[in-house]
Write a protein that binds this ligand. Structure first.
Ligand SMILES: NC(=O)c1ccc[n+]([C@@H]2O[C@H](COP(=O)([O-])OP(=O)(O)OC[C@H]3O[C@@H](n4cnc5c(N)ncnc54)[C@H](OP(=O)(O)O)[C@@H]3O)[C@@H](O)[C@H]2O)c1
Length: 289
């Protein structure tokens, strides 16, 4: 499959979408990008601004697009918005729109740790979203990412903020690991998944080549700065997450960290043949700071 028609991207203001839109635009791919709030367009890009992603606004504009990349998602719940609504129901709605618009491929960012027997509400909502895509009959590639890192993802921005105040807090031992993947690799993988048949109807872990403990990650990230690293009791961290909506870590941020989820990088490497960045080397060179 070559890229002849436009590609639709939802959640266009988000971190992954911003990088993807820029990369696709640089590769002369026509885009229709959808978000709730206004944003600056790239070359070859048409934007749709809609608060509710309603069919009337979207459907006529996305008809016969080549593929849709669904990047709407949330990792926080409030009284107004919850996982079921944003992660599951929005995905069902988007799948429906894809059917009506005769879009032949959906790409979705789920989460590392999602499975049929997960007890976590966040993962359950993503699992249900995955099922609605798989059962749609439309060709799909579902990615389950670990931490996607760049200079402007939420996690990196959070660490930079802590460095400014001189102290980074680590919940618990810090010995649980993450498998970060660099955003520049992620955009290439997404592009490949549009055209490479090996990505056809696959659920793939979107993880980098290295597992790294949270403690080591934080130490490397703040290397050369005068930042104190302090381990905080896990009970204290959860208490803060449960009682303070502005806490550094939300309940599910902690669940995901402590869950110590591991992904299969080898499969991703095998089908993409990409020479992945080492996030450890990026940290050592200070290029994420
Ligand atoms: N980045 C990672 O490390 C990572 C890891 C695992 C999974 N993922 C998944 O990958 C996807 C993209 O991640 P990201 O880092 O780019 O996330 P992000 O920066 O938080 O972007 C998420 C997007 O979802 C949209 N959104 C949130 N709530 C919405 C709602 N109620 N209605 C409509 N749109 C809503 C946001 O729109 P507005 O801009 O209008 O607010 C935003 O554009 C998400 O599904 C995320 O769960 C990311």
């Amino acid at each position: 499959m070559v890229i002849k028609n436009q590609i639709v991207i939802t959640g266009a203001n988000g971190f992954v979408a911003r990088h993807l839109r820029k990369y696709f635009s640089q590769n002369n791919i026509k885009l229709i990008s959808i978000a709730r709030k206004n944003f600056t367009k790239f070359k070859n890009e048409t934007k749709i601004i809609t608060k509710s992603y309603d069919e009337k606004t979207i459907l006529p504009k996305i008809k016969n697009s080549q593929a849709l990349i669904h990047l709407v998602g949330t990792g926080n719940q409030t009284v107004e918005t919850n996982y079921e609504l944003v992660n599951t129901e929005y995905t069902k709605h988007i799948v429906n729109l894809c059917k009506k618009a005769r879009i032949k491929k959906i790409i979705y960012a789920s989460g590392l740790g999602v499975s049929a027997n997960t007890p976590l509400a966040y993962f359950i909502s993503k699992y249900k979203a995955e099922r609605s895509i798989v059962s749609s009959g439309i060709d799909y590639t579902i990615f389950r990412p670990s931490y996607i890192v760049g200079k402007d993802d939420l996690f990196t921005k959070f660490l930079k903020k802590q460095i400014k105040i001189g102290k980074i807090e680590i919940p618990g031992s810090g010995l649980y690991s993450i498998q970060p993947i660099f955003i520049n690799d992620v955009v290439q993988i997404f592009l490949q998944s549009l055209t490479n048949k090996k990505f056809h109807n696959k659920i793939l872990d979107l993880v980098g080549p290295e597992e790294i403990t949270f403690e080591k990650y934080v130490k490397l990230f703040s290397k050369g700065t005068k930042t104190k690293i302090k381990k905080i009791n896990l009970e204290t961290a959860y208490y803060d997450a449960i009682t303070n909506p502005k806490s550094n870590f939300g309940v599910d941020d902690l669940n995901i960290l402590i869950g110590n989820f591991k992904g299969n990088h080898k499969i991703l490497r095998k089908i993409s043949k990409l020479d992945f960045y080492s996030v450890i080397e990026l940290l050592k060179s200070g290029s994420l700071l």
